[in-house]
Design a protein around this ligand. Structure first.
Ligand code: AMP
Ligand code: FE
Ligand code: FE
Ligand code: ZN
Length: 285
């Protein structure tokens, strides 16, 4: 069994439609894949309808969250959520708030770039987004197409990283509230790429313990952005705290160089997720 539990389609900031993403998953020899677009479930019904025979599809999402340390500015953390009830009112309202927040902040980033003469248009970016969940990768692609930079990665390295003068933070969900909402909706919350120091500041062990207290059920250990030491540390934490361990690619189509299935989850850990998720069912034969 090959299982990849973290992928993004064009409904958020990936480049493949949900149907194409599932075809890629099958072509890569995966048996199960989770669709985890940022802050939206808009791809679920499309994925259910387009699912190729023999592939198990886990409906999921990646929620944009923040951790508030005592002595530093908030740290961005991402929370994977699997098998929750998409109609849970509190959770669905929070997702809608995050999508609005993305639109407002994306427009501010683009306005600042345009003020400095970069040829990017916010209305064109929104028009071309498939599900309205706009993120910095959409702005990066617009900069590539305008010939300002030669790749999405280059756009992040120069104009869109979190220390850039053009960067605007989003008001993301307090991660403890996010975890509680996922659990209230019958879902399985897993801390995504929790120690990926290459992405920015990361939280300490005490924050992970507080997240577990709030109801966190798993840690994403094998992720392309984690070093061997970071994986070992997370694996130790998961063992100490009795958490589910996952491995996934965080596939974004052509927006990143990582192939689908680059990291995978052990079947027994996948079974634990299926057993814990009660808000919705996987799409399978
Ligand atoms: P946002 O959600 O708008 O803050 O944008 C963050 C997203 O940008 C993440 O989910 C990643 O998918 C993507 N991202 C971050 N760094 C890079 C990079 N160097 N190359 C491509 N995508 C990136
Ligand atoms: Fe992303
Ligand atoms: Fe993420
Ligand atoms: Zn992701």
């Amino acid at each position: 069994m090959r299982i990849d539990l973290h992928t993004h389609s064009s409904v958020s900031d990936g480049t493949e439609s949900p149907a194409d993403l599932l075809a890629s998953a099958q072509a890569a020899g995966l048996d199960a894949v989770a669709l985890t677009d940022h802050d939206t479930t808009a791809g679920w019904s499309i994925a259910e309808a387009a699912r190729p025979h023999g592939l198990t599809v886990v409906p999921g999402m990646e929620l944009s969250c923040r951790w508030f340390p005592d002595d530093q500015p908030p740290i961005s953390v991402h929370l994977l959520a699997y098998l929750f009830d998409p109609t849970h009112p509190g959770f669905s309202a929070e997702r809608a708030r995050l999508r609005d927040e993305r639109l407002e902040r994306g427009e501010r980033i683009v306005a600042a770039l345009a003020d400095d003469g970069y040829p990017v248009s916010w209305s064109r970016i929104v028009e071309r987004s498939d599900g309205g969940v706009v993120g910095r990768p959409h702005i990066a692609r617009a900069l590539v197409e305008a010939g300002v930079v030669d790749s999405v990665d280059h756009a992040f390295g120069t104009l869109l990283h979190h220390r850039s003068p053009y960067y605007v933070a989003k008001i993301d969900t307090d991660v403890r509230e996010g975890i509680q909402l996922v659990r209230a909706a019958g879902g399985v919350p897993v801390f995504a790429h929790g120690l990926a120091t290459k992405r920015g500041r990361v939280v300490g062990d005490s924050a992970v313990a507080a997240m577990v207290e709030a109801g966190l059920l798993g840690l994403e250990v094998d992720h392309p952005d984690h070093s061997a030491d970071e994986r070992a540390h997370l694996r130790g934490l998961a063992a100490d705290m009795g958490l589910i361990v996952t491995g996934s690619s965080d596939y974004h189509g052509a927006n990143k160089t990582t192939p689908i299935g680059a990291c995978t989850t052990d079947p027994d850990q996948f079974e634990a997720i299926l057993a814990a998720g009660t808000g919705s069912a996987p799409f399978r034969d």
